[in-house]
Ligand binder design. Structure first.
Ligand code: UD1
Ligand code: CA
Length: 454
């Protein structure tokens, strides 16, 4: 049996008041569409397709930035969810069972998709709708049951006052028999309060229908407004924090702590306030991260301390101490035992084992050996205004305070640069490079005496 997933992502989402497609609005800094794609990829469909419409190029760009194989179907005009599914007719025709998901309902998961497929198959239904009971069902399509049997979905706008009192709602996620769906779609009309082609009207056209009621009501939640988006963020954030606590991560307070859904953190690590950890970051055991840190797409080892650190697309090995007020920019590797102090920026560089970069230093495009010491205020001048060049520093070199290293340049093993030197030539191993004017001392030079004269 060939399965396909069609993710509806074409709507403008007017109520969001955004210049971007609604499905790109983020929950824990990941677009809602990304959450849905993650669930679909985890389930393992034979084909996944995304229906784009409003600002389609932005949605398609996001989908391709994730990699993976996804078919894009374009809906030229946004005439409703039924019309959106129609734009994916080719996908339906080459499948046996089709799962439709809303791109603005991020919490649907692979287990729910699997459990609802089992019900769908065992009942031989034309459609199986994933539903849940909500305390406040306002805005959702209601599940209409006649003598207990599921018969239709009624949109909020079309509900009678009695129907509006129903708390079981449509999640916007369904399994369809592909053949029956392709027969039903052309029969949809716009004869409803919104004047749209409702996908939900297909339900009544099927001979057999089932409702899979999710035990976890959160999985149905969607966001049509900024305040609904805030609520999804709140729920996702708390869920992630409690999962991490179950896994042995400590928080003294969770104030200002935001941790992305895909982040992994080892036991006995403590996260301090105002710390944001995002993307594909993994952090080892026994670390202290924060306060006031922002870590994105990094691999951090064990026993690492990051205090007031910003780090992006970088690797930090075990037993490293960084901060306060330091930044690691993309392409950086910090090896075991390194110490990085205040006001240091490292970019696209490899900093060797046990090296110290204690204060006020910029290291860019550099390969630094082990046991190197940087004095205060060193700068690698890696950019001549046109091109960027690398700096190489051998093991146990000593870079004196306020050294400028004009790349491309190499400092050999055990070499020293004298404080205040601007190094434009390679420095051989075991040597001292000094670049300074002679000191002139002019005696009897009293500023106060000179001023009095004036
Ligand atoms: C829809 C369901 C409702 C359900 C709710 C769950 C319909 C008619 N109603 O309502 O029963 O309770 O989802 O969240 O289906 N889209 C397109 N093209 C369009 C219109 C929408 O691709 O022409 C996409 C949107 O981008 C969105 C999804 O379809 O991702 C759902 O559309 P939306 O307008 O948000 O539907 P709801 O009113 O929330
Ligand atoms: Ca919606």
């Amino acid at each position: 049996m060939r399965t396909a997933c069609i993710i509806l992502a074409g709507g403008a989402g007017k109520r969001m008041k955004s210049e971007r497609p609604k499905v790109l609005a983020e929950v824990l800094c990941k677009p809602m569409l990304g959450w849905v794609l993650d669930a679909a990829e985890k389930f393992g469909f034979d084909e996944i397709s995304v229906v784009t419409g409003y600002k389609a190029e932005l949605t398609a760009e996001y989908v391709s930035s994730r990699g993976g194989s996804v078919t894009i179907c374009h809906q030229a005009e946004q005439k409703g969810t039924g019309d959106a599914v129609r734009s994916a007719m080719e996908v339906i025709q080459r499948s046996d069972a089709v799962c439709v998901l809303n791109g603005d309902a991020p919490f649907v998961d692979a287990d729910t998709i699997r459990a609802s497929l089992e019900l769908h198959r065992s009942t031989g239904s034309g459609v199986t709708v994933i539903t849940a009971e909500l305390e406040s069902p306002l805005g959702y399509g209601r599940i209409i049951r006649t003598n207990g049997e599921f018969t239709a979905i009624r949109e909020q706008k079309d509900c009678s006052p009695e129907e509006a009192g129903i708390c079981e709602v449509n999640s916007g996620a369904y399994w369809f028999d592909a053949k029956k769906l392709s027969e039903a779609l052309p029969k949809l009309s716009t004869n409803n309060a919104a004047g749209e082609y409702y996908l939900t009207d297909c339900v009544e056209m099927m001979q057999r229908r089932s409702a899979y009621t999710s035990p976890n009501p959160d999985i149905v939640l969607g966001a049509n407004t900024r305040s609904a988006l805030l609520e999804l963020n709140r729920l996702a954030r708390l869920k992630k924090l409690s999962q991490l606590m179950d896994e042995g991560v400590s928080f003294i307070t969770t104030d200002g702590v935001i941790i992305g859904a895909d982040v992994r953190i080892g036991c006995d690590t403590t996260i301090l306030p105002n710390t944001v950890i995002l993307g594909s970051t993994t952090i080892g055991r026994g670390c202290v991260i924060g306060a006031n840190s922002h870590i994105e797409n990094c691999v951090i080892g064990g026993n690492v301390q990051l205090n007031n650190v910003q780090a992006y697309d970088s690797v930090v090995e075990d037993d490293v101490k960084i901060g306060p007020f330091a930044q690691l920019r993309p392409g950086t590797t910090i090896r075991k035992g390194v110490k990085i102090g205040d006001f240091v920026e490292i970019k696209n560089s490899d900093i060797g084992v046990n090296t110290a970069v204690a204060h006020l230093t910029y290291v860019g495009d550099s390969d630094v050996g082990r046991g190197v010491n940087f004095g205060c205020g060193c700068v690698t001048a890696n950019y001549d205004g046109i091109n960027k060049f690398r700096t190489k520093i051998g093991d146990h070199a000593f870079i004196g305070c306020n050294t400028n290293l004009i790349a491309p340049v190499e400092v050999g093993e055990n070499a020293t640069t004298a404080a205040g030197s601007t190094i434009t030539k390679n420095v051989p191993a075991n040597s001292l490079a000094v670049e300074r004017g002679q000191v002139r001392v002019i005696e009897n030079w009293s500023k106060n005496a000179l001023r009095k004269k004036k």
